[in-house]
Design a protein around this ligand. Structure first.
Ligand SMILES: [Zn+2]
Length: 491
């Protein structure tokens, strides 16, 4: 979410005013006009135009803005993707479905092509689980496992663990893998966790991901076909993978428990190294070991004060940037040791779009850099050059054009603050190293040279900064409100 300057400036000025108007209408004390149009469901089409999605917030009007701006585009984008993941012979996905948001119990439920979601829960989860939970429901709309039994009394019943495991597989491993909601990171946080393949939801999702990666890339698609056609049996697994469901379940569980045990051991070693490092640096600077990179830094994040308050209260998480021009790739962005630069940025953003940042503020964070792709060493910057060559080949094979870094209106010419190419190459490098070498970078850190010279003839750029993109939110150890010593000095 870094340089939205370009996008915001490119938008017509009237749009910003329209957004403010909507915000005002939804605020308490400014009831929305009670015309029919205000209560009518919001309608959007899936990005391929195939499906009509209507969202009714007439019983939860304070979620109208979120539903239209955040939820609707996600559902529209993911409907065709999920349909493509779950094809089966002769099946046509529903051409319309509806979402009703209103106060209720639980999270959400789907009957046929009608999703009902609990507005009380959604409000608590707006920056956490809200959209992902509705992506899960959207998968139910496409599964349609009940249809086989309506037409054929001999059709087999879909087991609940798969009916729920498949939506969670798509949600946690395809839609939002960065949330780590069903992988080892999530499992590590469970106490006395004993995984069962048929545990449902996230646990079964993890099992499906493991079978997909280890034995059969098409397992979910084919299971779905059998479930939808009323032909599923536990024997289907043996036909598909050559192993019985029981054997697969045992193997998965064994590997998982080994990984969970080794990650505990690894963490203990890392902690021991850290305390050793601390005692070394106390006794003699010369003895500080250089082998372990891990260290803790302080970063600052510019954002809206309401969001900052929710994050500090533990009621919200910061989202990973999805802007294709944020230079260090996917991640939550922080200015290392730069509270003033973070504040200036937030103020600048607020002046461009009040709907993104209304009351600019700065949030402090202690960040464990962990496994860091640190662009301060040629060891790492050379890596980028190496993977760039493969990336270029990959882009050419697709017949696509290489992304380019670009200037944004109102910024210094040549700074190229819209870093489309840098982001693409960083993301490509990080992903390919994870696949090829099993190294999962949790953070990326670099220096951004920006702005005019600090004084005439200088090579010190006024707005230069060190930035960190945190890819793994587990690296954020704590948030804090910057104290008076960290607030801007006047004059
Ligand atoms: Zn469900």
């Amino acid at each position: 979410m870094w340089f939205i300057i370009g996008a915001a400036v490119a938008a017509p000025a009237t749009l910003a005013h329209a957004e403010i108007g909507i915000d005002d209408a939804a605020a308490p004390g400014n009831p929305a006009p009670t015309s029919v149009a205000a209560d009518a469901p919001f309608v959007i089409h899936s990005t391929n135009g195939y499906c009509e999605i209507s969202i009714d917030t007439s019983q939860a009007t304070d979620l109208k803005d979120w539903a239209e701006k955040k939820l609707a585009p996600a559902l529209a984008e993911w409907y065709p993707k999920i349909v493509a993941m779950l094809p089966s012979e002769g099946f046509a996905a529903p051409k319309r479905f509806s979402v009703i948001i209103r106060p209720g119990n639980g999270v959400a439920a789907t009957g046929g092509t009608r999703i009902t979601a609990n507005s009380t829960w959604l409000k608590r989860e707006l920056n956490r689980e809200a959209i992902g939970a509705l992506i899960h429901e959207e998968v139910h709309v496409i599964q349609q496992y009940g249809s086989a039994r309506r037409n054929n009394p001999n059709a087999t019943r879909a087991p609940g663990w798969l009916t729920e495991g498949i939506p969670d597989y798509i949600r946690w491993f395809k839609y939002e893998p960065q949330s780590h909601g069903a992988d080892l990171t999530w499992m590590r946080a469970r106490k006395n966790f004993s995984p069962r393949y048929d545990g449902g939801y996230r646990v079964s999702a993890n099992f499906l991901d493991w079978v997909t990666e280890k034995y059969d890339k098409g397992i979910v698609e084919r299971l779905n076909g059998a479930l939808r056609g009323g032909k599923y049996q536990d024997d289907s697994w043996k036909e598909q993978t050559g192993h019985t469901l029981q054997d697969l379940g045992e193997e998965w569980k064994k590997q998982l428990q080994e990984k969970l045990a080794s990650s505990v051991a690894k963490r203990k070693t890392a902690d021991a190294e850290k305390s050793q490092q601390a005692s070394f640096s106390r006794s003699s600077e010369r003895n500080v070991p250089t082998s372990t990179y891990q260290r803790i830094v302080t970063g600052y994040h510019g954002c809206d004060s309401a969001l900052a308050a929710r994050v500090l209260a533990g009621g919200a998480r910061l989202n990973l940037s999805t802007n294709p021009y944020d230079w260090l790739g996917e991640g939550i962005y922080f200015w290392e040791q730069g509270p003033e630069r973070a504040r200036e940025w937030a103020i600048e953003q607020a002046s461009l779009s009040r709907s993104r940042i209304n009351r600019p503020t700065v949030l402090g964070a202690r960040i464990d850099l962990g496994e860091c792709l640190d662009l301060f060493d040629t060891l790492n910057t050379r890596l980028l050059g190496k993977w760039y060559i493969e990336f270029r080949r990959f882009v050419r094979q697709k017949g696509a054009r290489m992304p380019a870094n670009r200037d944004a209106p109102g910024t210094r010419r040549g700074d190229r603050v819209l870093r489309f190419r840098d982001r693409a190459v960083v993301d490509y490098t990080v992903n390919r190293i994870a696949e090829a070498e099993g190294i999962r970078y949790q953070t990326v850190r670099g220096v951004f040279l920006e702005g005019r010279p600090a004084f005439p003839g200088s090579k010190i750029a006024l707005k230069s900064h060190i930035q960190i993109a945190v890819r793994d939110p587990a690296c954020i150890l704590a948030f804090f409100r910057p104290g008076p010593s960290e607030s801007p000095r006047k004059g």
